[in-house]
Design a binder for this molecule. Sequence first.
Ligand code: PLP
Length: 260
Amino acid sequence: MTLYKALTIAGSDSGGGAGIQADLKTFQMLDVFGTSAVTAVTAQNTLGVHGIYDIPLEGIERQIHAVLTDVGADAAKTGMLSQPQVIELVADCIAKAGLTRLVVDPVMVAKGGASLLAESARDALREKLLPLAAVVTPNLPEAEVITGLKLSSLDDMKKAAVVIVKEMGAGAAIVKGGHYEGAPTDVLYDGESFHLLSAERYETRHTHGTGCTFSAAVCAELAKGRTLLEAAHTAKKFITLAIRYELGIGGGHGPTNHWA
Ligand code: PLP
């Protein structure tokens, strides 16, 4: 059996629902060996983010170097990168390593409102990281910040996806529609055509870590050599079940169910 490997470069969520914890659980469920480079540690539970502690740049670089020079990675993803210098460092490491199956989840703000990316880092995200991405997976508010467009329809989401690919240089974009009311339809644009990923909406407050989980599932499938379209469909199924079969953990926004 071939063993596939994926690296997540992201923040730690002590509550186990988002960040590297969500990524590693997702990799495991999709039969991919997971490794991690932690960019920041959050003190967090289902009620919110209670502290953020950035890892020094040298520590981030050494984690990535340690993983890539020994274990290796068939694909990688980025999550919470916190500061502009972290984005620059991570972009540099990825470019030097020649990692092409890169999923960029442009994490900006937690559902509870805590900022997970400094505003001053937004230019670095657009200029340094997006051009290296095989696919970028913004939710609606993130796509609005990245493109500067106001998004209120599927057509708007398509326009944002085109801007991210054609103007910002990403290989593909999946603009996620979970923040809309109604069916949570995502728009995938690969530079040539559009594909819609649809699912039924399930009403629940337990959606903490959905973005991390979805992008980790795309990353795991890319690691296995699946096409982006196959990876996106598998990830959509994975996240839909993870939301549908809620665990009900904690008194606030609980984690999705990676076992589902
Ligand atoms: N904490 C960390 C470390 C994350 O990477 C993320 C993900 O985006 C979050 C929290 C936010 O999770 P959510 O907005 O789904 O609650």
